[in-house]
Design a binder for this molecule. Structure first.
Ligand code: KDG
Ligand code: MG
Length: 400
């Protein structure tokens, strides 16, 4: 079998997605997701202009060799655009291989190690009361794990919180500017979780995302203040570029730590893993695809670090569908983030995975089980949107 062609589609069924379709001379095709929120066209060009010409004529079964060729052959290694593009190719090739062998993808990854994948949903509210209501709504609809975010009193907007029914991190047009105060945030969040734990009891996993907004010592103090409420994890407590920064957080708190949705390669987690500075890695298939994430998970497993992949709705259903095969087959996967896609998005990506009672089930069809309706996608042209930037109250740019 040979790769005969590959096409890149950029569409906006509710939000922007980049989809790679790799065709073979046997008629089998594979789909990969090349979406990088707010930088979609950079990946589309990387794929169209630099990768697709190098794929034609290759044997699609040589997934590892093609991965190495694209990673090492570029000379310029790593980076979100490169790794998202490689991920799109890698996932499409795994899809082709599983379809060619007429089996669900998890079978090529060692087979299932669990019957279903625990997921966490996103609850949020403009007040503590509304956040508690939303957490309860999630519990009533079956979730056993819920992330809770609440608007910070005194700040005009809070990332991760909206009054709309569905949360979308990117906004149309140029980047919005949000305001930030670590002091107001640190004074508020322990009260949120105190009231939340009292309201929902101990049987549900509660999670929280700090979105990298604290310094290591501030993160340490928040982790310590949250200990009585037994979080499943505190995510992105501080920025991850300086992996050593997590030593400070770790020294001061037993609240479990998760990090990694913005990381691209195994190198970004080396110190975090070998020094056991975090409990969960949040890299998704966007970080180089299934071939890369398998190695990261095996490395993490040696150090008692578990996986809990990023699953925001700005990754397409192709990533979710493929991730569920990874999650089903990899032993040290603990949980998967699940932010449901809009109806327009789901219509463009027919799929066979499903949610039931707080857990996700991978497709049982051959491949990863997610398809792409090109004709429908054509009706939703690319519409520029950006993630917001964040400024402290004095105007200084802060991490978002
Ligand atoms: O594109 C950025 C979003 O995916 C991210 O902000 C969502 O933090 C997020 C999460 O944990 O899902
Ligand atoms: Mg996050």
């Amino acid at each position: 079998m040979r790769i005969s062609d590959a096409k890149v589609f950029v569409c906006c069924p509710g939000r922007n997605f980049v989809t790679l379709k790799i065709y073979t001379d046997s008629g089998v095709y594979g789909l990969g997701d090349g979406t990088l929120n707010g930088r979609e066209l950079a990946v589309a060009s990387y794929l169209r202009d630099h990768i697709v010409p190098c794929l034609i004529g290759r044997d699609p079964s040589q997934i590892e060799d093609i991965w190495q060729y694209l990673y090492k052959g570029a000379y310029w290694r790593k980076g979100p655009v490169t790794m998202t593009a490689i991920a799109a190719v890698d996932v499409a090739l795994w899809d082709i291989k599983a379809k060619a062998l007429d089996t669900p993808l998890y079978n090529l990854l060692g087979g299932k190690v669990r019957d279903r994948v625990m997921v966490y949903g996103h609850a949020y509210g403009t007040t503590i009361e509304k956040t508690i209501e939303d957490v309860n709504r999630h519990i009533e609809s079956g979730y056993v794990a819920v992330r809770a975010q609440s608007a910070i009193p005194g700040l005009s907007s809070t990332y991760g919180v909206t009054t709309a029914r569905a949360y979308e991190p990117a906004q149309k047009g140029l980047p919005a500017e949000h305001s930030w105060s670590s002091e107001k945030y640190l004074a508020f969040v322990p009260t949120l979780f105190e009231q939340l734990r009292t309201a929902v009891g101990n049987d549900v996993h509660l999670l929280h995302d700090v979105h990298h907004r604290l310094t290591p010592i501030q993160a340490a103090s928040l982790g310590r203040a949250l200990e009585p409420y037994r979080l499943f994890w505190m995510e992105d407590a501080t920025t991850g570029e300086l992996q050593e920064g997590f030593r400070i957080v770790r020294q001061h708190t037993t609240t479990p730590l998760a990090v990694g949705e913005v990381f691209d390669t195994i190198w970004d987690v080396k110190l975090l893993v070998t020094e056991q500075l975090v409990d969960y890695l949040r890299l998704s298939l966007r970080a180089g695809g299934i071939s890369a994430l398998r190695k990261i998970a095996s490395f993490a497993e040696m150090y008692h670090v578990q996986m809990g992949s990023h699953g925001a709705s700005d990754l397409s259903p192709v990533t979710m569908g493929a991730a569920l095969h990874f999650d089903s087959a990899v032993h040290n996967v603990a949980i998967q983030e699940y932010m449901p896609h809009s109806k327009e998005t789901l219509d463009v990506f027919p799929r066979a995975y499903r949610f039931a009672d707080g857990y996700m089930h991978p497709a049982e069809a051959p491949g990863h089980g997610v398809d792409f309706d090109e004709a429908l996608a054509d009706k939703y042209p690319y519409d520029p949107a950006y993630l917001p930037v964040n400024r402290k109250l004095d105007g200084t740019l802060w991490d978002w």
